[in-house]
Design a protein around this ligand. Structure first.
Ligand SMILES: Cc1cc2nc3c(=O)[nH]c(=O)nc-3n(C[C@H](O)[C@H](O)[C@H](O)COP(=O)(O)O)c2cc1C
Length: 372
């Protein structure tokens, strides 16, 4: 049996420490468990009931960890947030608390990596007990490691297995089980192939919610990074899929950089998922609630967001979290405004020093506010 734990090469954010290049010590901060699994549709957000999201931040290994998500949630109340992919092996056999999150992060989807229905079902059950709002199956990651474990994008070649996986999870949880996939793999890149894949999964599992990364994956020859850039995007194909499967909730993903673009996509599909732009230029999230959900919602002030993060940072520091593990996610927040470079530089040069505390962030913020 191949275990995906602990394997730093897979660069799973839950297993990998971006500062030390070594497996990271799992953080033991417990989240509260929900008491009643029948109440999962009730989300403690202003949006009221959990609903498939018009806007989500993509799962990103090593990036969308719990600190990142806490920060993103301060920027947008409405965006659906995804964890990094967590493998079934890590959850079942790992010693860490890989499902830890902060209650503020809701609505929150756990992305699972795996292809054994029973293992996925076991993990989905645990995730529901831990209060996650959605389980998402990764059918899009093309890395060699993931392929060796027969999951990720290569699962597109076995739609029946994907359906079995989804069904096994649906059988044991009440929360939505969704699938994030590509528009094809290798030479299997026709529209008919995509339709067959979706159809088999839908018919055999009753899955009704997919996120489609609008480019195919090459399973060999390209790195995961290249697989996010080289195969061309094909948005019309995803729009067509929505036309042909109007009963499904479909979200589109890939290369979306502005909320204007997001609005265009929303004319054709139900949701938009943004990855790199949300991470590298998080101020885009400050406008999501007003632009995409409620015209009366306030645009979040980014300086206020950083200040609102202080209590979280102090709490985490007192629990032994390293300042740099939090500040690495906030470097891009002032992109494009005066003082942004100084902010970035001050944090990058100081947050990793032993004993660094909140004063590092306060000083960096002053470099921005003094120029406002
Ligand atoms: C650093 C990084 C890590 C990623 N990790 C995952 C992952 O764990 N699971 C997944 O489904 N996709 C992962 N992706 C792919 C993104 O979710 C998304 O599909 C891709 O980046 C395209 O969207 P974008 O152009 O908005 O970034 C990752 C992307 C990046 C940049």
């Amino acid at each position: 049996m191949i275990l995906f734990y602990p394997d730093p090469n897979i660069r799973s954010g839950v297993l990998y420490d971006s500062f030390s290049n070594s497996p990271k010590q799992p953080e033991m901060h417990e989240n509260k468990q929900t008491k009643n699994t029948c109440e999962f549709t009730e989300i403690p957000s202003e949006s009221g009931k959990f609903k498939p999201s018009r806007f989500s931040v993509a799962p990103m290994l090593d990036w969308t960890d719990r600190h990142c998500r806490y920060f993103h949630r301060l920027l947008s109340k409405e965006a659906l947030l995804y964890t990094e992919m967590v493998t079934t092996g890590a959850i079942i056999h790992g010693k860490g608390n890989y499902l830890a999150y902060n209650e503020q992060e809701h609505p929150l989807a756990l992305q699972l990596g795996g292809s054994e229905p029973q293992a996925l079902a076991q993990c989905a059950k645990i995730a529901q007990e831990r209060g996650y709002d959605e389980i998402n199956l990764n059918v899009g990651c093309p890395s060699d490691r993931v392929q060796n474990g027969r999951f990720g994008a290569c699962l597109m070649g076995d739609a029946t297995l994907v359906a079995d996986c989804v069904k096994a999870m649906q059988d044991v949880v009440d929360i939505p089980v969704t699938v994030k996939t590509r528009i094809g793999i290798d030479e299997q890149d026709s529209y008919a192939f995509l339709c067959d894949f979706i159809d088999i999964v839908v018919q055999n599992s009753a899955c009704d919610n997919f996120v489609i990364h609008a480019r195919k994956a090459w399973l060999s020859g390209l790195s995961p990074k290249e697989n996010r850039e080289i195969p061309p995007l094909d948005y019309p194909r995803v729009y067509q899929l929505k036309k042909d499967f109007p009963q499904l909730t479909l979200s589109i993903n890939g290369g979306i950089k502005t909320l204007e673009e997001a609005k265009q996509h929303l004319q054709y599909v139900d949701g938009v998922m943004v990855g790199r732009e949300a991470y590298q230029n998080p101020s885009i999230l400050a406008h999501v609630d007003r632009e995409l959900f409620d015209e009366n919602a306030q645009v979040t002030n980014t300086v206020d967001v950083i200040k609102a993060l202080y209590p979280y940072i102090e709490q985490e520091l007192s629990n032994g979290t390293y300042l740099g593990h939090i500040t690495r996610h906030i470097l891009g927040i002032f992109q494009g405004i005066p003082g942004a470079r100084q902010w970035r530089r001050h944090l990058s040069e100081n947050a990793h020093k032993p004993g660094s505390d909140i004063m590092v962030v306060e000083k960096a913020l002053g470099m921005v506010t003094e120029r406002m």
